[in-house]
Design a protein around this ligand. Structure first.
Ligand code: 5GP
Length: 427
């Protein structure tokens, strides 16, 4: 089954040996590609336009910033450098991994936009060694070396944002280290989709998945936060894992996926999934309105707060007196307000004997084509857990489908495939 490409970001001070390490990985392994950055710095010595960098004027760089051309960009030692967004995403959609050799500011921006990116920090064995390497480059004047040494201390202070550290003391060892990181990441279940070898144990379970190839899917995920003041909020219990798992399943099926997520513990969809971060139910509605325009399916996996404070306070409400009364009002009904023309999969968390009936009523009320019923009264499944099970109900009247207990990832693949089968059979 389709494997999504991964994004590796190598950062650390100039002279740490990032470029050599990045190219060693690209040369050694199939399916890993180097992202050529764009810069306003003039070409040095043997550098070739299009191979080492794309060299552009300051005006051209500025225009590209304004057109959102860059996934990240930064001012480094007085020149601008940036990574082209569309090239990186296209590679990853094709299942290719991409390696970036960029500065620390850029790496921090990538972590924000694409939280599943793998950040690797590279340093030589000592700062004396770094100084020697910069001096030996012959491209930098004494003044530039001093400037870069000072900048190095600043870069190290951001190391805590990174996932891995490589000490580039002995180059041969550093090459083994980076290859090991690549291999470990490649074997992570999140990056594999659902392996064919595992499918053999559940034959038929994934039939229908391929229906989603080339379709555009919008998944809402996580809780929303309704502001009381700048520190406190009203919210729902939700880890965001079900939404991320559904995004992964649709991506594996070959769909173009956008994940609109409230502030969830789990907001790490695979790189090719575009992540839109939102806070409140109002924010989520606005983002979904923009995103669902050409969508084939909207998945409402978000646990949207049903109530929000009538008014909120700027700053922090002081703790005083014995009581604080909160006036709450219902939040906007997102699915009803969207009134979308595409199919909608809703989720229902229901308790007690009437659970199935209530889920069916909710499907009708929300004008959804499908609803996934989660039982709130079954321990170990649903909210803030790793596993799930439930029942898929169809507005068409097709027979309900029981989705058996498994990881949320397994359940997400089951739902995605069952929806594909339903549309193929019943339009
Ligand atoms: P140099 O001018 O020596 O080639 O690179 C200077 C610094 O800019 C290095 O730390 C390099 O990693 C960083 N850099 C190169 N390309 C990019 C990029 O696209 N984005 C960011 N943020 N930094 C970059």
């Amino acid at each position: 089954m389709f494997n999504s490409g991964m994004l590796f970001v190598l950062a650390g001070p100039s002279g740490a040996g990032k470029t050599t390490l990045a190219h060693s990985l690209v040369d050694k392994l199939d399916g890993v590609h180097f992202s050529v950055s764009t810069t306003t710095r003039p070409a040095r010595g043997e550098e070739v336009n299009g191979k080492d960098y794309f060299f552009v004027s300051k005006d051209e760089f500025q225009q590209r910033i304004e057109k959102s051309y860059f996934l990240e960009w930064a001012d480094v030692h007085g020149n601008k450098y940036g990574t082209e967004s569309s090239w990186v995403r296209q590679q990853m959609v094709k299942g290719r991994s991409v390696i970036l050799d960029i500065d620390v500011q850029g790496a921090v921006q990538i972590k924000e936009k694409m939280p599943s990116a793998v950040l690797i920090f590279v340093l030589p064995a000592s700062n004396d060694l770094l100084r020697k390497r910069l001096e030996q480059r012959n491209t930098d004047s004494g003044k530039t070396v001093e400037k870069r040494m000072k900048a190095a201390a600043g870069e190290v202070s951001f190391m805590g944002v990174f996932d891995y550290f490589i000490c580039n003391n002995i180059l041969a060892q550093a090459k083994i280290d980076i290859e090991s990181i690549y291999l470990a990441e490649k074997m992570k279940i999140q990056n594999i989709g659902w392996p064919d070898q595992a499918l053999d144990y559940h034959s038929g379970y994934m039939d229908g998945l391929s229906f989603w190839a080339g379709k555009r899917i919008v998944v809402s995920s996580g809780p929303t936060r309704e502001k009381i003041d700048d520190v406190r909020f009203v919210s729902n219990r939700s880890s965001g894992l079900m939404g991320v798992s559904l995004a992964e399943a649709f991506l594996s099926a070959g769909a173009d996926v956008v994940l609109v997520s409230g502030p969830a513990f789990n907001m790490k969809p695979p790189g090719p999934v575009r992540l839109v971060k939102v806070e409140s139910a109002e924010d989520m509605l606005l983002s979904l309105q923009k995103e669902i325009k050409d969508a084939d399916l909207l998945v409402m996996a978000a646990a949207v707060s049903d109530f929000a404070p009538v008014s909120s306070v700027t700053g922090k409400i002081k703790r005083q007196g014995n009581r604080l009364n909160l006036d709450l009002e219902p939040t906007v009904d997102i699915t009803a307000s969207l009134n979308s023309s595409c199919n909608v999969l809703s989720f229902a968390l229901e308790y007690g004997d009437d659970a199935v009936e209530n889920a069916r009523l909710k499907m009708k009320r929300k004008k959804s084509s499908f609803i996934f019923l989660n039982r709130g009264d079954k321990p170990g499944i649903g909210m803030e857990t790793a596993c799930n099970s439930g029942m898929l109900l169809f507005a068409s009247g097709s027979e309900d489908i029981e989705i058996p207990l498994g990881s949320k990832k397994f359940v997400a693949f089951g739902i995605t495939a069952a929806l594909g089968r339903e549309i193929l059979n019943n339009g």
